[in-house]
Structure formats: structure tokens, C-alpha cells
Design a protein around this ligand. Structure first.
Ligand SMILES: [Zn+2]
Length: 125
């Protein structure tokens, strides 16, 4: 499994993402149904947990496969949702939703607030 054809690797990783997107979609629909049930105060039927698709056998043991600094493909099989390991998944792209971006900006303003620095300067010997 470690020597994968690059095209096959791309295809499997796409399939990996597709599988987890499908699971995530089911999970979100279930969560929405649960919230509707809670808001209705028990008037509607209690939602049943979704039947998640089984993990595909051809994805078992799929290695990360990124070329590491030794020039060999990464052998880790504990992959994240993007089909790569924790070392090769890439950096965070930051908050995506408008709410998340405004939260990040608020934290930035808090971090660089002038009075915060004045307090720090007073403490400095
Ligand atoms: Zn890796």
C-alpha cells in the first residue's frame, strides 16, 4: 500500500474527503433535527441517529504519502479529514465564516489594545 500510483493516491484522497463530507452532512442534518426537536418542546418525534456509511475497505491503511525531507513518502496512516497526516496537512487558513473572522479581529484588537501595553511597560523594571 505504500507505493501508490500518484493518480490512484489522488483518487483515494478525493474519495476519503468525499466519505467524511458525507458523514459530516449526515451529522449536521441530525444536529439540526435534534435542535428542532428541542425547540418544539417534545411535540415532534425524537430524531433517530443517522446511519453513517461504513468506512470503505479500500481506504483502510491509506498512508499520508507526502514526500518527506528524506525524500520518501510519509508512512503515517492516522490521517485527518483532508487525507493527510497531522504533519503534512498544511497550515490553518484562518477563520472562514464572517462570525469567525469578526471574532478573530476582536481578539486581535484585544491583544494590541494600547492600555494593555501601557500596563506592561509600567511593570517592566
Ligand atoms: Zn504525512
Amino acid at each position: 500500500m505504500l507505493t501508490l500510483d500518484p493518480r490512484e493516491s489522488v483518487r483515494l484522497r478525493r474519495f476519503w474527503r468525499h466519505h467524511f463530507e458525507e458523514c459530516s452532512r449526515l451529522s449536521q442534518a441530525y444536529e439540526a433535527a435534534c435542535n428542532a426537536f428541542i425547540e418544539s418542546g417534545g411535540a415532534t418525534r425524537n430524531p433517530r441517529p443517522p446511519a453513517y456509511p461504513p468506512f470503505p475497505n479500500k481506504l483502510r491503511g491509506l498512508p499520508c504519502g507526502t514526500r518527506n525531507r528524506q525524500g520518501e513518502p510519509c508512512k503515517r496512516t492516522d490521517l485527518m479529514l483532508n487525507g493527510r497526516c497531522k504533519f503534512h496537512g498544511g497550515m490553518s487558513t484562518g477563520p472562514r465564516s464572517a462570525a469567525g473572522q469578526s471574532r478573530a479581529l476582536a481578539n486581535l484588537a484585544k491583544r494590541w489594545a494600547p492600555d494593555r501595553h501601557e500596563a506592561w511597560d509600567e511593570r517592566r523594571p
